[in-house]
Design a protein around this ligand. Structure first.
Ligand code: AMP
Length: 574
């Protein structure tokens, strides 16, 4: 199935090609023709399945071109400002060639600008329910010309208490409108909403159908990463995993090309593989991968279809696949014929439901691992240098002429200093300067329980993943802001001292920042650092007692994340 078969206009097809979309996702294949035909629709699909394009493309197709009137013809309602902005940007991107105007109106934005924009006219409004109701009440949003309404993430909107607002907005639109309702879950309240507002709807559900027993031999790990950090997070994960041969799946050709460039810049031998390449180019790439000349292949699903590579040890989902079937299919490439393999999935914070769908399909939970910190990365690079040095120590015959140089140098310098300087040179030559300074935020994956209603993924606090138990003591154990700093109820681990840092969450300090600063300024490595608690205005960190004074001194000098908070041993309550 390709996009042309779904009944989209050529201009829209051209945009999709330019964006590198090679084929519709399952929800798009089912939804687009029905919506173009004007049907109402009830769709069960989570974010990441391609549902935005599934309703946005038919809206653009049906509206065609800019209307005469200033009043909008399509209304999309979304639970959060973040989602509304995303949807609005997506429609803007897809609809470039149509000239249709799209306007996001969300709470928290200046009213004046919204009023001006509404007055000058728009074709598609993407709004959060509360603000849309405000505008209707003021008479600044006229819904009489609405032809299509989309309720996106309807379950979230109901959970957030928008039921009445939705009712008022739908009542203000003509009853002849086309209505589309997307929801990740279908609790009875959604059924009620659908019965009340949809007419003879088509129902579409993207769910798991197949289980994958063969996936049992594959270690399946997920990393929760904000979109903007994905490429560098993947680089770090690959540095630590050191795969013999890996395939990285992306959604689009553009993503394939960008990621290939990034990973090559990081010293990998990465090859791109996508549907835009001819047979000869593909063969060349596969040849290089099979013979071990390339270690990474960055591919779209279409391009990787039918590929069979023996050496493959790792499959990476740079994006969560749009359906559990695709996930199962992708990871089926490793763990074959009794071999073991690793499947790595990068998950964006809002994609927890998509992961829940996959976990249901494969009948197990993915391990959520913390992204390697700057400190871990550095100690990994040092470990590689140390390993190279050990190999070099075995090459006795070739060491003699250097040994003479050592004799000469140690006349004036300490042997330890000479060895450290030599190591530094070797390390820089092999690993380069530590260009990685920025910590990637460690986020948690919510695992919503259907019967309790969905979790609010969009405002989940940033905390460490559960992978690192020793650092997982949450700030909730700490006393409230403003109180005298007391020890949290647990005793300091033996051999460790607890330090007080006079900056906390409010100052943007995260566990990774402390680990990065301490390891960057002292001899400690990440795993030597004990529990870290970050409170609103201060943080506590445990370090080996023997290094405590050195850490206090070093942090006092260097600061943390561009600040110079007070750093001292924690005063124990008497
Ligand atoms: P959504 O589920 O709407 O949040 O979409 C998830 C991501 O998939 C977005 O980054 C889209 O740009 C991308 N996407 C949507 N449809 C396709 C497609 N047919 N091929 C590749 N990527 C897509």
């Amino acid at each position: 199935m390709n996009f042309a078969e779904l009944g989209l206009h050529e201009d829209l097809l051209a945009v999709l090609t330019a964006l590198g979309y090679e084929e519709p996702t399952p929800i798009q294949a089912e939804t687009i023709p029905a919506l173009i035909a004007g049907r109402d629709l009830l769709g069960q699909a989570a974010t990441g399945t391609g549902k935005t394009a599934a309703f946005a493309l038919p809206i653009l197709e049906r509206l065609g071109s800019r209307g005469e009137s200033t009043a909008p013809r399509a209304l999309i309602l979304a639970p959060t400002r973040e989602l509304a902005m995303q949807v609005s940007e997506a429609i803007h991107r897809y609809g470039r060639s149509t000239g249709l105007r799209v306007l996001p109106i969300c709470g928290g934005q200046p009213m004046g600008r919204q009023l001006g924009a509404l007055r000058s006219g728009t074709d598609i409004v993407v709004a959060t329910p509360g603000r849309a109701v405000d505008h209707v009440a003021r008479g600044s949003l006229d819904l009489q010309g609405i032809e299509i309404v989309v309720l996106d993430e309807a379950d979230e909107m109901l959970d957030m208490g928008f039921a009445e607002d939705l009712q008022r907005l739908l009542d203000a639109t003509p009853s002849t409108r086309q209505t589309v309702l997307f929801s990740a879950t279908l609790p009875p309240r959604i059924g009620g909403l659908a019965r009340q507002h949809l007419t003879d709807p088509v129902t579409v559900s993207i769910r798991a159908e197949r289980s994958a027993e063969e996936s049992a031999r594959v270690r399946q790990v997920a990393y929760v990463v904000p979109r903007s950090h994905k490429a560098s997070a993947l680089g770090r994960i690959l540095d630590v995993e050191a795969p013999e041969s890996a395939i990285v799946f992306c959604r689009t050709r553009l993503e394939v090309d960008e990621l290939t460039e990034t990973l090559n810049g990081r010293g990998y031998r990465a090859e791109a593989l996508h549907g835009g390449m001819d047979q000869q180019q593909r063969e060349r790439v596969l040849g290089r991968v099979r013979s071990g000349l390339a270690d990474l292949m960055i591919a779209t699903d279409v391009a990787a279809r039918g590929l069979d590579i023996d050496r493959l040890t790792h499959v990476v989902n740079f994006d969560v696949p749009a359906s559990p079937e695709t996930y199962v299919h992708r990871i089926g490439r490793v763990g074959r014929a009794g071999r073991t393999g690793v499947a790595i999935t990068l998950v964006e914070p809002r994609q927890d439901r998509l992961i829940a769908n996959i976990e249901r399909a494969i009948k197990r939970q993915l391990d959520v691992a913390p992204i390697p910190t700057v400190a871990e990365l550095r100690s990994r690079r040092l470990a590689l240098t140390a390993a190279a040095l050990r190999t070099s120590l075995n090459a006795h015959d070739e060491l003699e002429r250097f040994a003479e140089l050592v004799d000469e140098l140690t006349e004036h310098h300490d042997v330890r200093a000479v060895a450290a300087a030599a190591l530094r040179l070797a390390h820089l030559a092999a690993a380069g300067e530590d260009d990685e300074q920025v910590e990637i935020p460690q986020l948690e994956l919510g695992r919503p329980k259907r019967d309790r209603g969905p979790a609010r993924s969009h405002d989940r606090p940033m905390t460490r993943g559960p992978g690192d138990k020793r650092r997982a003591n949450g700030p909730e154990r700490l006393p409230k802001t403003g109180q005298r700093v007391r020890l949290s109820d647990k005793p300091v681990e033996s051999g460790y001292a607890r330090l007080f840092i006079g900056a906390g969450r409010r100052q943007g300090i995260r566990a990774g920042d402390l680990v990065g600063s301490i390891c960057g300024e002292t001899d400690l490595v990440g795993r030597q650092i004990g529990a870290i608690d970050i409170a609103e205005h201060f943080a506590l960190v445990e370090v080996p007692s023997a290094s405590a004074d050195a850490v206090v001194k070093a942090l006092g000098r260097s600061g943390v994340k561009g600040r110079t908070p007070a750093v001292r041993r924690e005063r124990r309550p008497s």
